[in-house]
Design a protein around this ligand. Structure first.
Ligand code: SER
Length: 577
């Protein structure tokens, strides 16, 4: 199948269009949100803009646009149809307190009809129906009508459909208006006019933002009249390779087609996560990665392929390597990571199958046994169901879910504090931990040597976690020295100052950036000033913030754990009291 418009062309058209409307293109940010403790992955183009949506001035101005790589796992169960994905690219344009509904809607319609040449009659619109928090959005509907969208093409829906955010518990949010073509939602204009407070009140925001998001894959499939994202050039090379490996024909059989889509999606997402140097593990991003690879392997069994995951790397790179240099750079790491995880899972599955046979001796599997298979043997529920069917074994999925619920209640205790997705929880505590992270980063360099490089940072309400390159365990003495130095700098109550600088100037002035992270041309730099030093500062980092004003606000710093995170990378967890 030949695409009429490719994903690269669509992206180019979008960015070019918004450039003509005076928008500046911002860099594609990492999939791992920097300094956002509330989410594991960048879930939308607005993610890197959180501080600016909350009022901070953006160095590139008020009109911005981007294409952003995103991962969303909330809909993982829907992956397998023609339009859901865990990894996708999102196009977006933003206005930070400048234009509002009229311009946003005009731009959207102009882009859809004039640039993408979608006939107006094919476009359906939804607007917010109104509730106790916010009135009906007749303003947006009127604008659409004034631009030639017929009244009967515009529907009003409630919060579940036409409201976006806050992504966390609190923060900017508002009604949205969505654009549908052939029944698929392709674009969303969010009018961020409220701040949801902790007491569930919606306060009017001083700065009204427009936040829009267009899914690249869905839009491509519509534009190419395919109505199946997996047949666009964003997927086709992967599907073709799966066809070759499995000798199945895509589209011929429903279950096999579903399996092929899941495999293509999950391995694509895994390749992108691995390209950020994340390895499969049992926590956080590493756990999501593990789940994606294992689920793909499991679906591979359905279409009778094994040892296949790394064979999809080439086709995935053929689609994306020109736009994401981290893919080519880390190709070996990606291939090794996939092979290792696939092998390990194969062994686990075999053990699980043996255990399953033992449990199934009496021709039934209890909820407890099924949950054990699931949790300790990595045996997916679908597989338990299938095996039971195959061998005519009694099993109730409900019993499994009962058992699962009990375990979830337990584990909720551990995951408290992490919201599902979205805006940073910029509370006082996380702000303090954030500045403490900068002090720690510098203290590590001073105590362990200049070769130390930040390889990841994650902050929750309770603790900071910092990954850095270093090839051995730290000694007790080194840990004490690091703690002491950080606490000394806290006691000295140093000033923390933010400044916008050209990236080159920031780097030559000694500001630290994260290894492998792409930065825009103008960056914000946080300096922890120290008049006793010749250069005038203790630490200087490229960072979007927020930070405390004086280090004295932080309180006592304590390292609670030092461990290996991956080969050549150490991980420190620390708290403040
Ligand atoms: N944040 C909105 C979304 O993710 C618009 O970009 O749909």
């Amino acid at each position: 199948m030949k695409s009429i418009i490719t994903h690269v062309q669509l992206i180019q058209k979008y960015l070019d269009f918004f450039k003509t409307k005076n928008h500046k293109v911002i860099q594609n940010a990492s999939l791992i949100p920097q300094n956002d403790p509330t989410v594991l992955f960048t879930t939308a183009g607005m993610h890197p803009l959180v501080p600016y949506l909350l009022g901070q001035k953006h160095p590139l101005g008020k009109r911005l646009c981007s294409v952003q790589k995103c991962i969303r796992t909330g809909d993982i169960d829907k992956v397998g149809d023609e339009s859901h994905h865990t990894f996708f690219e999102m196009l977006g344009n933003w206005n930070l307190g400048d234009y509002w509904k009229k311009e946003a809607i005009e731009y959207s319609l102009e882009f859809l009809t004039k640039i993408l040449k979608i006939p107006k009659e094919k476009i359906n619109i939804t607007c917010f129906a109104g509730d106790k928090d916010s009135p009906k959005d007749t303003e947006s509907a009127k604008i659409w009508q004034s631009l030639g969208i017929k009244k009967d093409k515009i529907k009003f829906l409630g919060k579940a459909d036409n409201w976006w955010g806050p992504a966390g518990k609190t923060g900017p949010c508002g009604p949205d208006t969505e654009m549908f073509v052939n029944g698929f939602e392709i674009w969303n204009n969010v009018f961020m006019q409220y701040n949801k407070t902790i007491n569930n009140r919606y306060e009017e925001l001083k700065q009204k933002n427009v936040d829009t998001g267009m899914g690249v894959e869905r839009t491509l499939s519509i534009l190419n009249n395919i109505n199946d994202d997996y047949l666009t050039d964003a997927f086709l090379p992967i599907i073709t390779q799966i066809e070759k490996l499995s000798k199945n024909k895509y589209g011929k059989n429903k279950d096999e087609t579903r399996a092929m889509r899941i495999i293509a999606d999950h391995i694509k997402a895994s390749v992108f996560i691995l390209s950020e140097k994340i390895q499969p593990s049992n926590t956080e991003q590493g756990y999501v990665l593990r789940r994606l690879i294992r689920r793909a392997v499991r679906y591979g069994r359905l279409i009778e392929i094994e040892d296949f995951t790394s064979k999809l790397v080439e086709p995935i790179l053929s689609i994306y390597q020109d736009d994401y240099s981290e893919l080519k750079q880390n190709k070996n790491f990606i291939v090794t990571g996939l092979n290792k995880e696939e092998n390990q899972f194969k062994q686990t599955l075999n053990k699980g199958l043996n255990k399953f046979k033992q449990f199934a001796n009496d021709k039934k599997i209890s909820g407890k046994e099924a949950f054990l298979l699931y949790q300790s043997f990595g045996f997916p529920l679908e597989m338990i169901v299938e095996e039971c069917k195959k061998y005519k074994i009694n099993f109730s999925e409900n019993d499994f879910h009962e058992e699962e619920k009990r375990h979830q209640e337990l584990s909720r205790t551990f995951s408290g504090g992490r919201f599902k997705s979205g805006l940073a929880d910029q509370s006082e505590q996380t702000t303090k931990l954030h500045t403490a992270t900068h002090l720690l980063n510098e203290a590590l360099t001073r105590i362990l040597g200049k070769g130390i490089k930040q390889r990841g940072s994650n902050i929750t309400q309770e603790r900071l976690r910092f990954d850095f390159s270093f090839d051995r365990k730290l000694t007790e003495k080194e840990i004490k020295q690091i703690e002491q130095l950080v606490n000394e700098k806290i006691k000295e109550n140093l000033s923390v100052v933010r400044k916008e600088m050209l990236l080159d100037n920031a780097l030559t002035s000694g500001a630290q950036g994260e290894f492998g992270h792409k930065y825009p041309n103008i960056v914000s730099v946080y300096t922890i000033e120290d008049p006793t030093e010749k250069r005038g500062w203790f630490s200087k980092e490229i960072c979007t913030g927020p930070h405390v004003k004086q280090t004295g606000e932080i309180g006592e710093f304590k390292i609670i754990k030092e461990e290996s995170s991956a080969a050549g990378i150490r991980r420190i967890k620390a708290i403040i009291g």
